[in-house]
Design a protein around this ligand. Structure first.
Ligand code: AMP
Length: 379
């Protein structure tokens, strides 16, 4: 593998055209790279800013291969690209993260087996093949538990909670036609994540842990650096590095953790790409996660992940547009606040339309600023 970095002027290929690609493109263009994006529809959030937007389905392996033939490296924002398409791309250009990292993380059961083999703490689980004995798996794990589809789920979609006397019928229905995993239900003290990058030379750097709060299974608020005891912070960072090394990933990834009521850290899931909880690194760290992904996949030296300022990020969902355009001038009057809008046409409820980040001398003040700015935007 060539170790000469791809210099500015090279063309970076992006599979996936949403907000992650858009923010990657902003970093890439600032640094003088060209970006081609493969998108299922025209005028995408990434396509609006890229040098070229190729409209094709991710499952169209021929189109993905032709796309890859015109770029110097292929990266992505979306782990659920069919493997035939990834292989078609890899025949023409390096795919970073690699095909193995994607294969392991695009399926919950494979991902959990990988975590178990790596020996990192994770939520106790059982796997059930499509049409398999879900009742036995629930009995083995115990109630309460959560039944999740093994493939292609996100933001809490395809999940059923099962208690001693509720949820069994829904769980059987979910498991009838597809593989599932059954996870023990964890009494959560908090949820956190560590975004990290691994370079072509195998070096890993990590950002400060982010404290994540979800509403209706969708990330609502993240802030970093999270106040953890030093042992927990060290463990979160070490586990994250072990995951990136185990995946042999080149690029950026995020490891999401549960902190349980007994103070144990358990890996929940892995995203082999920049993550919503890492958006606050754009303003809050010396190198934002999108520039970091670019540095990793082009073979440049990784940037510093040091904290520039405590930061908090609030997602802006389509619901905020219920009464028309939000009151941006009122939101932006709050000090330290930055607005990111993704260029999405239709503001549907639950759709991620943008985010706000606030920085401040203290994390609590950053959280206060960002929630105040979002409340003001609502009018
Ligand atoms: P996931 O799609 O697996 O990240 O799940 C979405 C959210 O559901 C998580 O961020 C948690 O808030 C909650 N959740 C998922 N699995 C569990 C579990 N085993 N125990 C407790 N809460 C869970």
């Amino acid at each position: 593998m060539s170790t000469t970095p791809l210099a500015p002027g090279a063309t970076l290929g992006r599979l996936g055209s949403g907000q992650l690609g858009r923010m990657f493109t902003q970093a890439a263009r600032r640094m003088g790279y060209r970006v081609h994006v493969l998108s299922p529809s025209a005028g995408s959030p990434t396509g609006q800013l890229a040098d070229r937007e190729v409209v094709a389905a991710y499952a169209d392996a021929d189109a993905v291969g032709r796309f890859a033939a015109e770029v110097d490296v292929v990266t992505l924002e979306f782990e659920n690209i069919p493997s035939a398409s990834l292989e078609a791309a890899a025949a023409h250009a390096p795919v970073r993260p690699g095909v193995r990292a994607l294969h392991l993380t695009q399926h919950r059961a494979r991902e959990k087996r990988f975590l178990a083999e790596l020996g990192v703490p994770h939520v106790h689980f059982a796997e059930v093949a499509a049409g398999g004995d879900i009742d036995a798996a629930i009995a083995e794990v115990g109630t309460p538990c959560v039944v999740k589809t093994a493939g292609f789920g996100y933001d809490g979609k395809g999940q059923v909670r099962v208690d001693a006397d509720a949820g069994h019928a829904e769980a059987r229905a979910l498991a009838h036609e597809q593989a599932v995993v059954v996870e023990r239900f964890v009494e959560l003290a908090a949820e956190l994540s560590v975004v990290a990058a691994r370079g072509l030379d195998g070096r890993v750097v990590s950002y400060a842990p982010a404290h994540n709060r979800h509403v209706d299974h969708i990330l609502d608020l993240s802030s970093a650096p999270m106040a953890l005891d030093p042992g927990q912070a060290r463990q979160a960072t070490e586990v994250t590095a072990a995951v990136l090394e185990g995946l042999e990933l080149v690029g950026v990834a995020c490891v999401e953790f549960f902190l349980d009521a007994a103070g144990r850290l358990l890996v929940n899931e892995i995203a082999p790409r920049p993550h919503n909880s890492g958006h606050l690194t754009i303003e809050g760290a010396e190198t934002g996660q999108f520039e970091q992904q670019l540095r990793a996949v082009t073979g440049l030296p990784l940037g510093s992940t040091a904290v520039r300022a405590p930061a908090a990020m609030a997602n802006l969902l389509g619901d905020l547009w219920a009464n028309g355009e939000p009151a941006w001038p009122r939101a932006l009057a709050v000090p330290g606040v930055a607005l990111h809008l993704y260029g999405k046409g239709e503001a549907r409820p639950g759709r991620k339309m943008g985010h706000l980040t606030a920085t401040a001398p203290e994390i609590e003040e950053a959280e206060r600023r960002v929630t105040q700015a979002r409340a003001r935007a609502a009018g």
